[in-house]
Design a protein around this ligand. Structure first.
Ligand code: C5P
Length: 241
């Protein structure tokens, strides 16, 4: 890991708004972005495609080690490419999330993906979105945010997101999926979902995405990680200075 690079960790359960916050931070600061959930999702997807059983730790680890994956930060979000093919839609489905959570419970798979994640910490900085960014992958990070929201709010946001993509799902089903996924993520023996001791907990339930971003940016300024918002594409005033 490049120890000198600034890292902001954004951890928390599914649907708390980590993705939106992380993309907002990376864009506004002009930093790199790690969507670690997408990494586990793509491992699950690659296993399904190669007919590898998701509980076969040795085989799944092999797939994780050989993964030829690329992430692109685009205005619509992070797109995911596997062996040159855009698999964004497939990996972001509900099934993709459930498969990810199964492969993510395998210790050797997590170990295989650890260095791949750490090497993304490069100047000018990295925003790392996940479950164990602050506890395991970047324990020295100068700013760790643990974003939470009520299960109901998270299920509702997820419903809006999936309906926007044309997937048909029911709210009660989403709520029970979220609770099941939380339980699995919190109970696993390796890297369970929990805030780092030095994480700042933000409850996004009553907040808009813009308010959450505003809170995170002021924390970044307080920690000396940035003095101003660096992305000139979003702030034309900066270009003309
Ligand atoms: O964040 P996202 O919903 O894309 O993550 C999918 C699944 O991948 C999570 O439910 C979790 O099981 C797993 N995951 C993980 N560690 C991370 C990121 C995601 O275990 N750092």
């Amino acid at each position: 890991m490049s120890g000198d690079s600034a890292v902001i960790c954004v951890d928390g359960p599914s649907g708390a708004g980590k993705g939106t916050l992380s993309q907002g931070l990376a864009t506004r600061l002009g930093w790199h972005l790690l969507d670690s959930g997408a990494l586990y999702r793509v491992v699950g997807w690659a296993c399904q495609r190669r007919q590898v059983c998701l509980d076969d730790e040795a085989e799944v680890t092999q797939v994780a080690r050989q993964l030829d994956v690329l992430f692109r930060l685009e205005p619509a979000g992070v797109s995911v490419w596997l062996e040159g093919e855009d698999v964004t839609g497939a990996v972001r489905s509900e099934q993709g999330g459930a498969d990810a959570s199964r492969v993510a419970a395998l210790p050797k798979v997590r170990a295989a993906l650890l260095y791949r994640q750490q090497e993304l910490a490069r100047p000018p900085g990295l925003v790392a979105d996940g479950r164990d960014m602050g506890t395991v992958v970047f324990p020295e990070a100068p700013l760790k945010i643990f974003l939470i929201a009520s299960p109901e709010a998270r299920a509702k946001r997820r419903l809006d997101q999936l309906q926007g993509r044309g997937e048909s799902v029911s709210l009660p089903r989403l709520l029970s999926d979220i609770e099941e996924r939380d339980a699995r993520d919190q109970a696993r023996s390796v890297s369970p979902l929990s805030p780092a001791g030095d994480a700042i907990v933000i409850d996004s339930t009553p907040l808009s995405a813009g308010e959450v971003l505003g809170k995170a940016l002021s924390l970044a300024i307080d920690r000396g990680l940035t003095t101003e918002i660096l992305d000139p594409r979003l702030d034309p005033a900066l270009i003309s200075r």
